[in-house]
Design a binder for this molecule. Structure first.
Ligand SMILES: [Zn+2]
Length: 157
């Protein structure tokens, strides 16, 4: 997929979002829940190590779970959640690059396939990062936070 195609996909997704004047995690979450007709549960998973995988999303029993590693910075936590939200907005499903998680505490039924932050060269990941960055910008603007303290847009823009 070309960069232009990726941008078109993200722009289309963004234009369908109705987030109001003050977009935040909860308004984006509500929009996705209404679109998919499923609740989203966000949680911290203490066994997740932030140095290899920061967050992931999976569907279990009619609920979309977005789990993230314990993160010190609320900005980082927000970004990781928005990344997973971006996957949901773009309608991604488990792909060959999905990781296989086993023994997820509280979720019986053996291995669960999830979408994680596996490769930034993956096409879906590129679109997801772009959308997450744009969402972060909107949320930051409405919260009056610095939009890009880590310089993500330099890397993924
Ligand atoms: Zn991802």
């Amino acid at each position: 997929m070309t960069k232009r195609k990726t941008r078109n996909i993200v722009q289309r997704a963004l234009s369908q979002l109705e987030l109001g004047d003050h977009p935040g995690l909860s308004s984006i979450q509500s929009w996705i829940e209404a679109k998919n007709g499923r609740p989203i549960v966000i949680g911290e998973l203490s066994t997740l190590r932030g140095n290899d995988i920061c967050g992931f999303w999976f569907l279990h029993d009619g609920v979309d779970y977005v789990l993230h590693a314990p993160l010190n910075s609320s900005w980082h936590r927000q970004y990781v959640i928005l990344h997973e939200f971006a996957h949901l907005i773009l309608g991604h499903r488990c792909t060959p690059t999905s990781q296989l998680m086993v023994d997820l505490p509280g979720f019986p039924g053996g291995p669960i396939q999830v979408l994680g932050r596996t490769s930034f060269e993956d096409e879906d990941e590129a679109a997801t990062e772009l959308l997450a960055g744009l969402l972060m910008e909107r949320v930051s603007r409405s919260q009056d936070l610095p939009a890009d303290p880590a310089g993500f847009s330099k890397v993924f823009g």
